[in-house]
Design a protein around this ligand. Structure first.
Ligand SMILES: [Zn+2]
Length: 356
């Protein structure tokens, strides 16, 4: 019932689903706090190898001291020490990586931004310099096998690189991720896809209008549907930041902020501001059960669209099921996302959560 109510509100409000951001989400304060907390732990390129060396030296030193007593005993002991060491290590110790240093131990990213520290693994001639990269909080930052670190959402985490050939050798980078620019600057692209959701805002002055390629794709889809006796039309297309501000405020006045956030975007966070999203026909849950709604769900990916807010995915997309809201991604990407069975957020490994 809530959904239906929300949908009705949408209709009343001249088409409304979608995300916006609130002109000024707490950008400044939070960010500064988190970045300053980072500078605490910095230089700590592992000391593991150092420890190992020391131990070995100690053994040798002890052996030497004893050698004053009995020459024969010393020889035997030394041999046994060496053989033990060899059996423990098994691998050719001399050519294993002994240390890792990084070009930086602190990285600051905005959401969606990517940076890579440069790794130096010594000795320079060790044959296997493979790296294992890990993030201790992939909701904050992800890292690929090459050390490209991508900011996912606001927060701090640690990214560690370990030598595959000697797991006791590693180094860590403290990563701090701050919110993307809220009102100015550039929109966020992830893997080439323009993103507008609760995490990623569009600049206030981003005002592209309906994108011609999306419109052309819609017309192609519309005529294919028409040939099957179905009538689909765009009830709401491009919406500017300013328009969304008014729309969202009306919903907040009507149902409160918490409820409004489930179906309407704050200004800057609406996918309609990309010019790549359309609401079709009735903008109501009942659309899913119409012949048109079923056809769109089944075929829209063939024309480059996805159902952006699928059923049961509110926790991931940030929005209730909206069978009427489609997003243009281009045919190739839409096919991939459709076949993956994932939401766009899952497909890209990103979040959709207001910073607040
Ligand atoms: Zn919509």
């Amino acid at each position: 019932m809530k959904k239906t109510a929300a949908a009705l509100l949408l209709c009343l409000g001249l088409t409304a689903c979608s995300p916006i951001e609130e002109g000024a989400v707490p950008a400044g304060g939070d960010i500064e706090t988190s970045s300053s907390s980072v500078s605490e732990n910095t230089t700590e390129p592992e000391t593991t190898e150092g420890t190992t060396e020391t131990t070995t030296e100690n053994i040798i030193a002890e052996t030497t001291a004893e050698s004053e007593t009995t020459a024969e005993e010393v020889t035997t002991e030394t041999e046994s020490v060496i053989s033990e060491t060899a059996s423990e290590t098994v691998i050719d110790t001399e050519n294993r990586p002994e240390s890792i240093t990084l070009s930086t131990y602190e990285i600051q990213l905005t959401v969606g931004e990517k940076k890579m520290p440069i790794v130096t693994m010594l000795p320079a001639d060790c044959p296997d310099k493979s790296e294992i990269w890990e993030s201790d909080d992939t909701a904050v930052a992800r890292v690929d096998g090459y050390g490209n670190i991508t900011g996912i959402s606001e927060g701090s985490c640690t990214v560690t690189v370990t030598a595959a050939a000697n797991k006791s050798v590693s180094a860590s980078v403290k990563v701090t991720v701050t919110a993307p620019p809220q009102t100015h600057g550039e929109p966020t692209y992830i893997d080439g896809i323009l993103i507008a959701n609760k995490t990623y805002a569009l600049p206030e002055d981003y005002n592209p209008g309906v994108q011609p390629e999306a419109e052309a794709a819609f017309k192609e889809m519309q005529s294919a549907a028409w040939n099957e006796g179905l009538n689909i039309w765009i009830a709401s297309g491009f919406r500017s930041y300013e328009y969304q501000s008014g729309l969202y405020q009306r919903y907040v006045n009507r149902s409160g902020k918490e409820e409004a956030d489930r179906y309407s975007a704050r200004p800057g966070h609406s996918e309609h501001q990309t010019g790549l999203a359309f609401d079709l026909n009735s903008i109501d849950d009942s659309f899913a059960d119409t012949a048109e709604g079923k056809w769109v769900a089944e075929h829209c990916h063939e024309y480059g669209f996805i159902i952006r807010y699928p059923k049961g995915k509110e926790d991931i997309t940030g929005y209730i099921y909206e069978p009427w809201h489609i997003r243009y991604l281009g045919k190739e990407t839409a096919e991939k996302v459709f076949n993956s069975g994932l939401t766009l957020e899952e497909y890209l490994g990103i979040t959709s959560v207001y910073a607040e």
